[in-house]
Design a binder for this molecule. Structure first.
Ligand SMILES: [Zn+2]
Ligand SMILES: [Zn+2]
Length: 380
């Protein structure tokens, strides 16, 4: 059981809102765990206490009003859920501007009434009791004035049907993976979009938790599979940036996201960026799996295709010839071997067709590989 701080003087909602604001601000610069540790130390609180406050402010499943939806009409800051022992839950801006907290239940009821009145089709028939959870599908922002009755709604110009708005990020990711594995890509994309509704992947932000970052990577992967690389690209970039920060640049999760980003760059025709991503991938796989491992060789082969597509044909052919030779030596009989050699022959034929006039044998495998091949083939 983690120890929680007992308050010396009674905590106020404003004290909690300020501590959460300080933590999230710092989390945007480092990471959430680090931010919690620092703010706890500075304010003489236990980490468990700050963790609990931050979790409540960001939590989706039990929130009366979905996080990210309400702002303070006076100071324009986001409002978060604050609950202190023996007090009813309230919403307050973070950091607190001095206004009175707003009772959570009345705010929830007012938001639910508004969405049921104006956009009832966004709330499934059997979820009327949870109407507030579906509000972000129709409402972009709710600015809260002096009382829960004084609400200023900004409605979305593109209302969306939310899927499972009360799932936690981890539940959402698992559900989306399961749907995608069952071939229901459309549903998986919808459920991921619901979780990323308040995220703009083109700004400087990054995810505060790994499940959300992985959700964006999966969304990008599914958009690519759906033939929509332009939709995939920003999510792939955001996911990769987030996972690099949360898990480290060479972590398997960041590497997986980098692979999606590389493919998104390639499919949108950003070939130099794609090539840079594949070079990074080759480096990561070389140190994690070895220079002759299948993922390393696959990344080399794809880099060769990108280079060829971008007009660097000599470099591409040399790289692909080397990768194909390494592949043959290290993985004889593997099903990808013939494909690599076919690609190489296709490149050679195109160069000849287009009269590039390369010197003969520009893509002969280097001597040591050739020696390894000879040795291989002479072994019974
Ligand atoms: Zn305020
Ligand atoms: Zn050429």
């Amino acid at each position: 059981m983690p120890s929680r701080t007992s308050p010396a003087t009674p905590w106020t909602p404003a004290f909690v809102a300020d501590a959460v604001a300080a933590t999230l601000k710092r989390a945007a610069e480092h990471d959430l765990h680090h931010a919690i540790t620092e703010v706890a130390r500075e304010r003489g609180l236990s980490q468990a206490t700050i963790e609990e406050w931050v979790a409540r402010a960001r939590a989706v499943p039990a929130a009366p009003v979905p996080p990210g939806l309400v702002t303070c009409h006076d100071c324009d800051h986001p409002m978060i859920l604050v609950q202190l022992p023996k007090c009813p839950p309230v919403y307050l801006c973070m950091p607190a501007c001095g206004r009175a907290p707003v009772p959570a239940q009345s705010l929830r009821d007012a938001v639910a009434r508004a969405v049921l009145h104006r956009a009832p089709h966004l709330v499934p028939k059997d979820k009327i009791d949870a109407a507030a959870a579906y509000a972000p599908g129709g409402i972009h922002r709710v600015a809260v004035g002096a009382s829960p009755k004084d609400l200023h709604f900004t409605w979305r110009s593109d209302p969306r049907q939310l899927v499972g708005p009360r799932m936690s990020p981890a539940q959402r990711l698992n559900y989306a993976r399961a749907r995608a594995n069952h071939g229901d890509r459309a549903r998986a994309i919808e459920v991921l979009h619901t979780g990323l509704l308040h995220t703009d992947p083109t700004d400087d932000s990054s995810a505060l938790d790994v499940a959300t970052a992985n959700s964006a990577a999966l969304l990008a992967e599914l958009a690519l599979a759906d033939g929509d690389p332009n939709a995939a690209l920003p999510w792939a970039g955001w996911a990769h940036r987030s996972l690099r920060r949360l898990r480290g640049a060479t972590s398997p999760e960041a590497t997986a996201a980098l692979k999606v980003l590389a493919a998104a760059y390639r499919r949108t025709g950003n070939l130099p960026e794609a090539a840079n991503c594949y070079r990074d991938l080759i480096r990561h796989h070389t140190s994690a799996d070895g220079p002759r491992a299948l993922p390393t060789l696959a990344a080399q082969a794809t880099l060769a295709l990108v280079l060829y597509q971008d007009g660097h044909c000599a470099q591409a052919r040399q790289l692909l010839a080397r990768a194909a030779a390494e592949h043959r030596a290290a993985h004889p009989g593997h099903r990808d071997g013939p494909r690599l050699r076919q690609e190489l022959n296709r490149m050679r034929a195109t160069c000849v067709d287009q009269r590039h006039g390369h010197p003969a044998r520009i893509d002969d495998p280097p001597h040591d590989i050739a020696a390894a091949l000879t040795k291989e083939s002479s072994t019974p």
